[in-house]
Design a protein around this ligand. Structure first.
Ligand code: DQQ
Length: 534
């Protein structure tokens, strides 16, 4: 068997053909959402990168425009790489992006809309005074991905650019009064030893409570900040929660999360080069992230496409102030059609059942599991610090005490193919530990596709709540899951050969000793939105 071309996603952001990677410069301008992205117009592998451009009024239905930025000037002739948008006072958008010059150096350039009265902002102008930030005193082959800029208390702009100094990951800080002349600050905004190149940094304030987002330039007492980097070494996005020391112009992570940027993740699966923006229309902060293919590159060429964006998520600080929480934007719900509904259904130890009545190759599933007793929970070994390894060891087929229980998605009728999305509860010294897992080991009959298990711990007090919720967005070759209301998220790419279209099935399973109950399950078919003219 080979990877089936009908595995193209139906409602995840994707161009009709060719390669896509990082989301770039997401922004809202006069009623329209813009998404730019790293795109190869000539093929389904990375190369010839331009800033492709799409617009939307709901971030679900997308209209494609011509590429907004592409190599054309000495300061970007060898590449137009990732960057961000900043809305200037007076509602004027600006983009800063990384250009690669003729000598292969990474520089930061600015671009502005050619005509602010064009509602779609189709054309962008790159002033001849570019580059605005030249790589002096830094490693010119590791100096890229400027963030959205923010205003400091002195009224000057700040921007941070990802880099490394030998093995030390760096986020250099630059300041400017006019967005044209930029000066490097003496100290970086943040850095961390042995983490290698910091790609696509992101830095923004979060409200201490509630789900409302804040403008990147917002200031105030008690505001927490989130700092995220994409580590080239591991190809994962890591973040910390901390504060912004305005006097020293430095980010200081709280001691509740590890300072080395190898701890918390927005998503414990296939999710990289993510970027947030503030949506003033709905007062929310929205996260975009790229989910790469995980089949072998040879398939890319035959499929003719590679890369999707995860469903945009709103992001806010958890009430414990130690982590963020994410949830798919509410606009996604406009695509829900036929529904299946199940409630108060016991799933006995070792049993499973099928959710019938809807097609589940493109679906949105919300389920709540009741775990009335934790007595049989397996004991937790304190050396299990890496959830991904633990999930590899104790996958969905390994019987447990409380769990594994959860969903089998994109499953064939006889379950030769299936991707398990599940929880497993352990008993530690004074608390319970909840593991959330994606196990795609049996997701495809195609030989040699990359099928890593992905997992994260879920920071909830299950002995108290006695229940846990799960939402999974299923879309032909992607499974995007949100545990406990979005406290732990996992995205996987899978390539079934049998569980395709109407032959994809959905099951609920319980491989633990303890019975569990589905207190409620709602599953919707998801229809296809307008997707970039495809
Ligand atoms: N992708 C871009 C770079 C960035 C990397 C190039 C991250 O700007 O560092 O396509 O995926």
């Amino acid at each position: 068997p080979v990877v089936n071309s009908s595995l193209k996603t139906g409602y995840h952001f994707q161009p009709p053909r060719n390669w896509m990677n990082d989301p770039n410069g997401p922004m809202y301008y006069n009623g329209i959402y813009h998404l730019f992205y790293q795109y190869n117009p000539k093929g389904a592998v990375w190369g010839n990168i331009v800033w492709a451009h799409s617009i939307s009024t709901d971030m679900i239905n997308w209209i494609p425009l011509e590429p907004a930025i592409y190599p054309s000037k000495p300061f970007d002739i060898n590449g137009t790489w990732s960057g961000s948008a900043t809305i200037h006072p007076g509602n004027k958008p600006a983009i800063m992006y990384t250009g690669i010059d003729g000598a292969g150096r990474q520089l930061q350039n600015v671009a502005f809309p050619k005509d602010l009265s064009d509602p779609y902002l189709r054309e962008w102008t790159k002033p001849d005074y570019n580059p605005v930030i030249f790589p002096s005193g830094v490693n010119a082959s590791a100096f890229r991905d400027p963030t959205t800029a923010w205003l400091g208390p002195d009224g000057h702009w700040r921007v941070t650019v990802g880099s490394k100094r030998s093995k030390r990951g760096m986020a250099y800080l630059y300041r400017s009064r006019d967005f044209v002349r930029w000066t490097k600050a003496k100290h970086p905004l943040h850095s961390s030893k042995d983490t290698g190149m910091w790609e696509c940094p992101d830095f923004f304030p979060v409200a201490p409570a509630g789900k409302l987002g804040l403008d990147t330039s917002a200031r105030g007492k008690g505001l927490k900040y989130v700092f995220k980097v994409s580590l080239d070494l591991t190809r994962f996005d890591y973040y910390t929660v901390g504060r912004y020391d305005l006097a020293r112009d430095r980010y200081v992570p709280d001691n509740t999360s590890p300072d080395n940027n190898t701890g918390l993740r927005f998503d414990y699966g296939n999710f990289y080069a993510s970027k947030t923006f503030f949506d003033p229309a709905k007062q929310r902060r929205i996260l975009w992230g790229w989910s790469n293919e995980s089949d072998i590159a040879q398939n890319e060429t035959t499929k003719g496409w590679a890369g999707i964006q995860a469903i945009p998520r709103i992001l806010w600080l958890d009430s414990n102030q130690r982590q963020v929480v994410q949830w798919p934007i509410e606009e996604l719900e406009s695509l829900r059609t036929k529904q299946a509904y199940i409630h108060d259904k016991l799933v006995k130890s070792g049993h499973y059942f099928e959710v019938k009545g809807i097609q589940t190759s493109q679906a949105d599933v919300e389920v709540t599991f009741d775990v009335s007793s934790l007595e049989k929970a397996e004991s937790f070994n304190h050396t299990w610090t890496d959830p991904q390894k633990l999930c590899g060891l104790k996958d969905a087929e390994v019987r447990g005490g409380v769990g594994p229980f959860g969903l089998l998605v994109l499953a064939s009728a006889k379950m030769e193919e299936k991707t398990a999305v599940f929880f497993r509860v352990f008993k530690a010294q004074n608390k319970h530990v909840v593991l959330m897992c994606h196990d795609p080991k049996r997701s495809s009959l195609v030989p040699r596709v990359y099928e890593p298990t992905f997992a994260g711990f879920v920071d909830i007090d299950i002995a108290n709540t006695k229940r846990i919720s799960l939402r999974s967005l299923i879309d032909n070759s992607v499974v995007e899951s949100f545990g406990a209301g979005g406290k732990t998220c996992i995205t996987s790419r899978v390539y079934p050969t049998l569980a395709v279209g109407p032959d994809a099935h959905l099951f609920v399973f319980n491989n633990g000793l303890e019975d569990i109950k589905v207190s409620e399950l709602k599953a919707w078919e998801i229809r296809r939105p307008l997707m970039n003219g495809d």
